[in-house]
Ligand binder design. Structure first.
Ligand SMILES: [Zn+2]
Length: 664
């Protein structure tokens, strides 16, 4: 027999607590001790594991849900459930743990549809608040906005609570720059483009549940000031005099849009404060060969006192945070690079007349920098969303229960995934935010970056009409820049519309409708006798459903992969239809022929379902033409269309090609 006794002397540090192992049991096992006030590192793994609490009391948090534990509590963690245990009592918390690998259980858990920790928790899905210095073009739309919209639609179909939030990021310095150029006020510029942006999102069928506007929402500046005061009261954010640049002729303080130079991170060309290429921040004064946008003279070095955060002290806070949610490897790597640079005293206020000043009046003429501000804006948005829904979500007391999901472009990675977790830690030390990050790269237009100033852009309103929106969403879903830069080419878009959407999808659906009119009087037939080919095709369709479900699951979320499955369904069913056509009209095989048609209709239904998050308008029309209501839940299996339903596929135009887009 094996007899093992808990012994303090055998403990050593692991996962931020004290652990020892018990050998020879045939599976992993050990003792754990959490001292008063301590907590284990939150983690997840493929093993199944259980704890028996032997002494002490504490809180166990599993996938964002917290429960109290005491002696006698037994708890089992499924594979991949994140878990952490903390000691809230006055004596050691001691537990015994066992863990083992069960591949079937792990695979079942990892499978699509089993994404843990979402059911029942509110999910706040943010697309980067756009800067109201212009309207949105296809580059913007293809990234955060389409991604967040597809994500929320799919989560809701799965029965989870999810909302899309974004806002108008009014206090960006770019807004002030436009106001100066157009001889108006920043507030007017912000109000004008904020309305344009909201209209463009609507034209794209992007549903936003909460659209806040930072310069006009009641209570926003006061809430922001209280948040900033929390940062100051943490003792880490304080006025510091550090190097800065000023324009040699006007004497103006230089940052963001008004300055450029060589990036200290990648040695490429960058704007002020953040490098679009490598994603690293700069302090402006550390730019090599700086250039002022205000005058041709070389900027002058100076020193300016600003509220400053010693970000380099928080590498561990960021790493802990990155263990928690869905954090792409690219973002962890960026954090690694940023902290490897050593000291990083990051100003969080700047001399500016456009923005919210700190409540503290020791630095006259400064505004809270708009990027740190955004971390508060998210909480503000959540509170506003809650107020409209009778929920008491508070920006002052963020909850462990919240799941926050961010969609943004890579150039915003530093702020979202490195700076904000630190600010939240300082403002709300007891809150361990659970945040997923979805990052996209640049979307190019005919091989070059979208550029407003060079008029190299396709604006949403240039191309979006009620007739074209499905095709635009389809094409952007298929080509959006996930993990790599991709390219919008007008000729390829036109070809996708005419050859794929009309030439294949609509061609098949229309032909199916005509056959149903001709052979079944426009009524959906019941399946008859099944052949091996029929069952194999049904199995094929269910694989397609699994595939698209996996592609839309939060962990592996890829709109591109999901959209490719839509084409896969159509390719499969066209091949099936061609093979089965040989039997049509032969009396002896009419029962089998009916089954083939019923399966084609099942494929059409699956297409309507799978397309619902990506092409909602098309999905609803397709469902209606099969006599079905709009898709309202995500299925576990492929379903036939109810026999007797009226089918109006014949003659239904789903995509119009060559409709003139609005000229601008
Ligand atoms: Zn760089």
């Amino acid at each position: 027999m094996i007899l093992n006794q808990y012994s303090e002397s055998e403990l050593s540090e692991a996962f931020d607590i004290d652990m020892s192992s018990v050998e020879g049991l045939g599976f992993g096992a050990g003792w754990g001790r959490v001292v008063p006030g301590a907590a284990s590192q939150s983690h997840q793994h493929d093993e199944t594991e259980f704890f028996v609490i032997v002494s002490g009391t504490g809180d166990l948090t599993v996938d964002g849900r917290t429960r109290e534990v005491r002696p006698g509590t037994v708890v089992l963690f499924e594979p991949f459930e994140s878990h952490t245990i903390s000691n809230n009592g006055g004596t050691d918390l001691i537990f015994f743990t066992q863990y083992w690998r069960d591949p079937a259980r792990a695979q079942d858990q990892a499978r699509s549809g089993n994404s843990t920790g979402r059911t029942g928790r509110p999910q706040f899905v943010f697309s980067t608040p756009p800067t109201p210095n212009g309207d949105l073009h296809l580059g913007h739309l293809s990234g955060p906005y389409l991604g967040a919209d597809v994500y929320v639609r799919h989560q809701r179909l799965q029965g989870n609570q999810a909302w899309h939030l974004t806002g108008s990021d009014d206090f960006q310095s770019y807004v002030g720059a436009v106001a100066e150029r157009e001889n108006t006020t920043p507030a007017e510029v912000a109000a004008h483009y904020s309305a344009e942006i909201a209209a463009t999102l609507k034209a794209m069928d992007i549903e936003v549940d909460e659209f806040y506007a930072t310069s006009v929402n009641e209570g926003y500046p006061e809430g922001l000031q209280r948040f900033f005061t929390r940062l100051v009261e943490s003792g880490h954010v304080r006025p510091m005099t550090t190097p800065a640049l000023q324009d040699a002729e006007t004497g103006e303080y230089l940052y963001e849009v008004n300055v450029g130079g060589t990036c200290p991170g990648c040695s490429g060309s960058t704007g002020g404060n953040i490098c679009e290429e490598c994603g690293e921040p700069n302090l402006v004064a550390d730019l090599a060969a700086p250039v002022s946008r205000l005058s041709p003279s070389a900027p002058k070095q100076t020193e300016v006192e600003r509220y400053t955060l010693p970000l380099h002290e928080f590498a561990d806070v960021v790493a802990d945070h990155h263990r928690r949610g869905r954090v792409p490897a690219r973002l962890r790597e960026l954090a690694q690079r940023v902290f490897a640079r050593g000291r990083l005293d990051l100003p969080v206020s700047h001399p500016s007349g456009w923005g919210v000043p700190p409540a503290q009046d020791d630095l006259e003429g400064q505004a809270i920098w708009v990027w740190p501000e955004m971390s508060y804006g998210f909480l503000h948005g959540i509170e506003r969303l809650g107020a409209g829904r009778g929920e008491s979500w508070s920006r002052e007391t963020p909850s462990a229960d919240w799941k926050i999901v961010h969609f943004f472009g890579y150039d915003n990675s530093f702020y979202h995934s490195i700076l904000y977790p630190v600010l939240y830690r300082l403002a709300f030390p007891g809150w361990d935010p659970d945040i997923d990050y979805h990052v996209n790269e640049f979307y190019l237009l005919e091989g070059q970056k979208f550029s407003t100033s060079r008029r190299h852009a396709i604006w949403g309103k240039d191309i979006l009409t009620p007739e074209s929106v499905d095709a635009v969403r389809y094409y952007l879903c298929r080509t959006r820049p996930e993990g790599e830069r991709t390219d919008f080419r007008r000729a390829e878009f036109d070809r996708a519309c005419s050859q794929t959407l009309v030439g294949q999808w609509e061609d098949w659906l229309g032909g199916l409708g005509e056959r149903i009119d001709r052979d079944f009087g426009g009524v959906v037939p019941d399946a008859g006798t099944w052949t091996g080919e029929h069952t194999a095709f049904l199995a094929r369709l269910s694989l397609r459903l699994d595939e698209v479900t996996a592609a839309l699951d939060p962990g592996g979320f890829s709109v591109r992969d999901a959209a490719a499955v839509l084409d896969g369904i159509v390719t499969d069913v066209r091949a099936f239809s061609r093979r089965q056509a040989a039997l049509a009209g032969i009396d002896r095989w009419s029962s089998e022929a009916r089954t083939a048609v019923a399966l084609e209709l099942a494929a059409a239904r699956l297409l309507a379902t799978a397309a619902a998050p990506m092409m909602p308008r098309f999905s609803a029309r397709l469902a209606a033409s099969l006599g079905l209501p709009a898709v309202s839940e995500w299925p576990d299996e492929v379903r036939l269309v109810g026999p007797g339903n009226r089918c109006t596929l014949a003659g239904t135009r789903f995509f119009s090609v060559g409709e003139p887009a609005r000229d601008r």
